[in-house]
Design a binder for this molecule. Structure first.
Ligand SMILES: Cc1cc2nc3c(=O)[nH]c(=O)nc-3n(C[C@H](O)[C@H](O)[C@H](O)COP(=O)(O)OP(=O)(O)OC[C@H]3O[C@@H](n4cnc5c(N)ncnc54)[C@H](O)[C@@H]3O)c2cc1C
Length: 247
């Protein structure tokens, strides 16, 4: 099951965004501007910035997530978002033992497909273990590789692991990058695993910076679907779902 935790974030994020933005429009000193912070005026100011499309102050606040129970397929999609930082559990240093893997709901609900899927995953598990064992033995025959025999073995044995294998990730996004991420990945056109994760991330950040993320999510939430012929045609239903999150 996908698990997302908000590990850390910039303290008082909306106060910082408001102060950084006020600086753009004021001749006062930085200290004076920051000391003028009040949560009520910050909320209004942050909302106004979002209407104006003045997004650079949002780059000063960041959010760090821990993500577990997701596949390597998911990882490949997540890391396409270049304006973020990532730490990923290594398959070179960490041997796959539990061999947990993600089963897509469509496969889970179809017995025939599930059988094929599990057969292949189990075969790759056996191949991974066998290849690791063979390579460890081979590496241990060489004097210089005694201490790193397992690492050298698993870094090659992992080539047989399926994309479904579970991984763990820590990632940090600034708020501007997160808005872009939510816009692309909360859309019903995004793949289910990254969409579910993006929704969980959005729910978490809404609790700590509600005004920053008050209109985030797929573009239809803000008015117009940009998907043209590829549109899911469910803009009303989707907008309603996200509007309920913002409450
Ligand atoms: C529904 C869907 C389907 C997709 N299908 C495919 C696919 O078939 N094949 C595929 O390869 N990818 C696919 N992608 C991934 C997509 O092309 C992007 O790589 C991914 O969504 C990251 O978005 P991004 O570049 O906006 O994010 P980031 O990398 O975080 O960039 C954020 C923003 O910074 C700016 N930026 C970043 N780097 C540059 C740069 N080098 N030059 C100029 N501006 C930059 C851009 O404005 C960008 O929007 C798909 C994504 C979605 C949502």
């Amino acid at each position: 099951m996908i698990k997302v935790v908000l590990i850390s974030h910039t303290p008082d994020p909306e106060a910082l965004v408001a102060a950084a933005a006020r600086l753009c429009y004021s001749s006062d000193s930085v200290e004076k501007i920051y000391s003028r912070n009040s949560s009520e005026s910050n909320s209004k100011f942050v909302k106004m910035l979002s209407k104006l499309g003045h997004q650079s102050p949002l780059e000063h606040i960041s959010f760090t997530f821990g993500i577990e129970g997701v596949s390597r397929i998911f990882l490949a999609q997540l890391t396409r978002h270049r304006i973020a930082s990532y730490s990923v559990q290594s398959q070179r240093y960490v041997k796959e033992v539990g061999f947990n893997f993600v089963t897509p709901p469509q496969i889970e609900s179809c017995e025939e497909a599930k059988k094929e899927f599990e057969d292949l995953v189990n075969k790759s598990k056996l191949a991974y273990e066998k290849i690791s064992e063979i390579l460890v033995k081979k590496q241990k025959e060489s004097e210089e590789n005694q201490n790193c025999a397992e690492k050298l073995a698993i870094e090659d044995a992992r080539y047989v692991l399926p994309g479904a294998i579970e991984t763990k990730i820590v990632c940090t996004f600034n708020a501007r990058s997160l808005l872009n991420f939510f816009s692309l990945r909360c859309c019903s056109r995004a793949q289910w695993e990254i969409r579910e994760t993006a929704e969980k991330m959005l729910i978490l950040v809404l609790k700590v910076a509600p005004n920053v993320f008050s209109t985030s999510g797929p573009p239809c939430v803000r008015g117009k679907c940009g998907e043209g012929k590829m549109s899911c045609g469910k803009a009303d239903k989707i907008s309603e779902k996200f509007n309920n999150l913002y409450l």
